[in-house]
Structure formats: C-alpha cells, structure tokens
Design a protein. Sequence first.
Length: 502
Amino acid sequence: MSTTPHRFAAVDLGASSGRVIVGEVAPERLTLHEAHRFPNQPTRVLGTLHWDILSLHQGILNGLKAAANSSPHPLTSIGIDTWAVDYGLLAADGTLLANPVHYRDTRTTNAAEKVAKVLSPRALYAATGIQHLPFNTIYQLISAQGTPALTAAHRLLLIPDLLSYWLTGEPGTELTNASTTQLIDPRTRDWATPVAQALGIDLTLFPPLRRPGDPAGTLRQEVLAETGLTTPLPVTAVGSHDTASAVVGVPATTPDFAYIATGTWSLAGLELDAPVLTEASRAANFTNELGVDGTVRYLRNIMGLWMLQECVRAWESKDTTVTQRIQATHTQDLTALLQAAAHATPLRSVVDAGDPAFIAPDHMPDRIADACRRTGQPVPRTPAETTRCVLDSLALAHRRAIDDAARLSGRTVRTVHIVGGGVHNALLCQLTADACGLPVIAGPAEAAALGNVLVQARAAGVITGGLSELRALLHSTQPLRQYEPTGDHSAWDRAAARLGSF
C-alpha cells in the first residue's frame, strides 16, 4: 500500500455555510485543509422560503477550482454531504423546475394531520422508524401534491443527489439521506412501498438507491473546464446526510459511546446494529436513520446552536426588547458573550430545546422569554442570561436524549462524544459533561468532512477496514479534548423537573 497521501475533496454543506475541504489520506495519516468557504443564505420569495441552490452550486465549483489550485497533486475523488429532507424537482430534460423549498418554511403546517388520516403515527413509525418532525420529506410531498412543479416532475433528487447530478449528469439516491424522507424501511434498507402507495407518493420519481462507497459518476467535461480539474475524476457516494458522515467521524475507541453531532442542530444518540421500532421509542420521538456500513443512527433532533445563532442575529439587528438591545451593545462579540454566560447564574431558567416553537427564524430571545414565563421561571434579562439559558437547556436536552436512547435500546453509555461546530464551545461541552454525569470527548469539529473523506478513501482502496479502523485513524490523528463532569448532578434533575414531562 502506497504511503503517498491521496487527496479527496469533501463538499460539506450546512444550513448557514458551505465549504469544500481537502483531506489528505495515507496509512496512519489524515489531514484536512479548507479550500473554500461560502455562505448559504436562504431567500424568501412570494412568501415561501427557498434555498439559493444555484449559488450553492457555484460555490461548489469555486471550491473545486480552489482545491485543484491548492496542490500540484491531483484529487482522487469528490464526495458530497448536506442537510437532509429537502429536494429539487427536475423536468424530463433535467431542468430544475423550481428552487428547493427550505425545511423551515411553513408549508407543511397541516401536513401531519393529513397523513394521520391515512396512516396513524403508530403505523407510520412501525414502517419507517423516523421521528415526527413537521418538515420531514413525506410531509413536504403531501403539501406539494397538486402543485404545478410536482405534477410536472420527472425526477426528485435530494439536495446532495441534486448537486452530484449537476456535477456528473448521473442521477441517484444515496441511502443514508433517503432514510430521512420517512419513505425507507430501516429493516430492509429499501423503499417502504406500502407507505408511499397509501399516501399517493410516486416512488418512481426517485432514481435508484446508492450506498456509501458506491460510484456516483465522473465529472462532466464542462465542470472539468470550469474548475481546472483533470479527467476522469470520480464522484463517490458518501454518507450524504451530513450527520451520517459526522457519525463516521466520531473518534470512538469502544462501542459504549453516545454521540452528539452539534451545529445548527444537535443530533444526540447511539449507533446501533438494528432499528428500535417500539411504541415507546415512537412516543419518545426517536428516529432510526440509516448509517454507513449497515448501522442505524438512533437519535433525537434537538434545536442546537440555531437558538444561539438566532439570538445573536436578533441582538445585532435590534430585533428584541429595549433592555436586551442596550445590554447587547456590550456583548456582541461571541467570545465575550460566552465568557459572560459562564459567569451567569447556572440553571436559573431552562427551556425545552426540542420544542418546535423554536424551529422558525426571528424573535428568538423573545420566544425564549415567553417559554420561561409559561413555566414560571425567571425571564432572562440580558444577552448573557439568555445565552446561559440556551446552553443549559441544550445540555439538559443532550442528557435526556442520551438517557432515553440508552433506556430504549438497552445499551450502556460510558462516554459521550461531541463533534461538529459545538466542539469550539467549551462551555457547552462542560455543561453537557455536567448534565450527563459522563466524560465528554470533544472533537473533531469537522467530523462530517472527515467522515466524508474516510468513506471516499476506503472506496478508493487507500485505507481498509470497518468503522472501528476508520475511527482509530481519527483518534490517532485529530486533536481531542476531554471534559470531566463537575458540580451537583442533582441540580440538573431539579432543572428538568421544572419542565414537567420534558
């Protein structure tokens, strides 16, 4: 096996930004460098919130050009991961019929009730194992039934598959992301045809399923010309749901771990060999998304750092109360804000970080204040107190998700791994260790890009082995930080009790 590093481009798109990251891989070597970063700014048109998908495509092309120019050594392949559930519709000639709708748009408000009239929540969960979220693809499709775009559609491509198609001209549906549509049977790892038929959803709109590591085509000539890359350059299917790639990027050395993939969302749970489809699991709103190498990502969605991002945006735009506007002038710098939050009274107020009331953008500090009032808790008076409320609430939600996942699956958890953007938030990491009463290992921050690169490298034969071998390489090459639990663990019990059934 060659010791010369191979270069792999990971296209990793999040809800607020996209990046093209180059990973260099050789036996016992794994490094990353960011070739290009670009914004992901949704746009509201005629009352509907859309993704600016063409801008994202151009950002990818610019990133691939930067990757080509960053080294004299060629790329070996490209892999794409993005957020889940959203899609683009194509005409028979491959033309995009409309800009993809953003999952935070309100069009799915009544879709769950329509679905429940045909399939009960219990029956739907037993068939697909996916938690109820108002923006699941199945609800988006129900909301779109009868619209001109869906009526005219010849193909439906999930976001990473759409971007891959534009690079290669070859359509496909990657499995880990397809599982989030609520149209996949997690036991067979194939389409849940009875569900689709009952709801009038045409599965022939989806191209054939691909698994992580499968070939996804080669770059088209016009893409090669625009980016300066050489031919032929393959695109490899990876865990195209960014959480699937992030879980590959968890540097666990033993099987008794829980993970929290942090960013706009916190995805907290366990890696299992089989789905948990019990009624208790449904009632706890756990999801059974499919992972790499036949695994199941048994997890719960939590609002994540979106809540803090929206608070900061509100303070910067003065979209909040007069008192907090005045206070915000002193704490607009995030580092200063987190330092102030660390000195704020712990667990003074907490909210349910899984509450759908926090999904929509705008007015986040006011919505947090309203939630505190409803539960009879002190209302945060300053940005520092609001920030501490958000972080305490996230840590509490992390604890609840991990405890519930262990109970419902019969697994024991001894270590919690935090990966993704939250790795940089030391206060959140420490609070999570305190809330869970378990050691937290933080890192790597770019877990999704690393998981993306590792699946590509294995498909190319540069490295070998299963997930344990891939994670061993991560553990030996990536910077990690450990947080030990501190403080009075019972204080977290009392805080949870304030939220009642939470």
